[in-house]
Design a protein around this ligand. Structure first.
Ligand SMILES: [Zn+2]
Length: 416
């Protein structure tokens, strides 16, 4: 008898999306199946269909075919381990190494199949989530684990980056999967925003530009990155010749004088038009096709966010107009703060106001099935507490049939 020796084939690693199809891209989790009515508590149930990771519309898992590891028992399934981490676009720089134990357990689908699958996994954009949110392991009988423990199911990622699965764990053999569909049908978008601070406010808070271009912009980035949308600051080159430009890192804004008739600490609806132009037209709107005193704005269809001391009818925090209203301040939002935080990190105010323009809508209204999309956890909800802290955006209709993701992607303020 001749023994035929067959060299084991190298393992095959693939990524599988929520519809159980093998995929060449994944996306950030949206926490859109995450909440237990009527509270805003995350559902971290052992039942994956209810669990915030296992029920997320953008969940995925990893499948490994490895005949060299398959079970030789007729009934007993084997387990194996992979390392999962995230990388930047260069596939060399680690974005999230996963902490002390970055492994995930894969379980054989049937004894002897040689096919191993991870539990559902999820990507997040906000460090708050990996710092504060525990996950179940997805393996029956095991409890919740925190970041840095084996079988933790969240990783921070970049919308420009990749996931890397190292299999077998410790081998150095990595398989990458990109975030978002790319190539000719790249689904990622740009959200340019022109940022301004009223001069009176800047004099009072000279450090305000650092906060606006630092934490405020960063907060907006984390929120919109989940949708594959990149928020960045733009400055009109014509306006930059007229107004003081402040640059922090790669981001810039303009300090603008307070127009006559405007109370910078108590801007009324009518005064918004005075800030926006066209008369006196400091920030003449390209969105409404007007030509300002400095010529046609180069930045047509670009949201303008103006930091002011306060708004008299802006419901405390800031104010906006519906984008479809034919006002001079079309496309302009005011960012202020009634909680005394102006001059410091104002959290998600900028992200929230931008969303009013991108969706051309008011606040989020819960759909009939409240549990899955709890409005208090939405960027446009009334929340801002508990798990709602990293403000959510969803790809599903709310009670007003508004789908935030679809609506924003069609906005004229978005670039391809
Ligand atoms: Zn609002």
């Amino acid at each position: 008898m001749t023994l035929i020796s067959v060299a084991p084939q190298s393992p095959i690693v693939s990524f599988v999306d929520a519809s159980h199809s093998v995929t060449d891209y994944v996306r950030f989790g949206l926490y859109d199946g995450a909440f237990d009515p009527p509270s805003v508590l995350l559902n971290n149930d052992g039942d994956e269909t209810k669990n915030f990771v296992g029920s997320d519309s953008r969940r995925f898992f990893v499948r490994v075919v490895d005949m060299s590891t398959m079970s030789t028992s007729a009934t007993k399934r084997r387990q194996t381990k992979m390392v999962w981490q995230t990388y930047e676009d260069d596939r060399k720089t680690v974005h999230d190494h996963g902490g002390a134990d970055p492994t995930i357990t894969l379980v054989e689908t049937a004894a002897g199949s040689g096919i191993f699958e991870s539990p559902w996994l999820m990507l997040v954009s906000d460090p708050w989530e990996t710092q504060k949110v525990k996950t179940t392991t997805g393996i029956a009988g095991l409890g919740e684990v925190a970041y840095g423990s084996g079988d933790y199911r969240l990783r921070l990622a970049s919308m420009f980056g990749h996931i890397a699965v190292e299999y077998p764990a410790g081998s150095g053999d990595r398989t990458f999967c990109q975030l978002f569909r790319r190539g000719v049908a790249d689904e990622r978008r740009n959200v340019p925003v022109q940022l301004f601070i009223l001069e009176s406010l800047y004099k009072k808070y000279p450090l305000l530009p650092d906060y606006v271009l630092g934490p405020d912009l960063e907060s907006a980035r984390r929120v919109y990155a989940r949708m594959g949308m990149w928020v960045w600051s733009v400055v009109d080159p014509v306006q930059a010749k007229t107004f003081k430009k402040v640059t922090v890192g790669k981001e810039s804004l303009l300090i603008i004088p307070v127009p006559a008739g405007v109370n910078p600490d108590n801007v009324t609806n009518d005064q918004r038009d005075l800030i926006a132009g066209p008369i006196p037209g400091l920030l003449a709107s390209g969105a409404s096709g007007t030509t300002g005193p400095y010529g046609k704005m180069a930045l047509t269809d670009t949201i303008r966010a103006v930091y002011v001391g306060g708004c008299v009818d802006g419901q405390g925090v800031a104010c906006r107009d519906m984008d479809h209203m034919a006002r001079a301040c079309r496309g302009m939002v005011l960012v202020a703060d009634a909680q005394g935080k102006i001059g410091s990190d104002m959290g998600s105010s900028l992200a929230h106001e931008i969303c009013h323009m991108l969706t051309d809508a008011a606040h989020y209204v819960d759909p009939p099935i409240v549990g899955r999309y709890h409005g208090a956890s939405n960027l446009m909800g009334g929340g801002g507490t508990g798990v709602g802290s990293p403000q959510r955006l969803w790809d599903a209709p709310n009670a007003n049939y508004l789908n935030q993701s679809e609506t924003m992607r069609k906005s004229h303020y978005i670039r391809g």
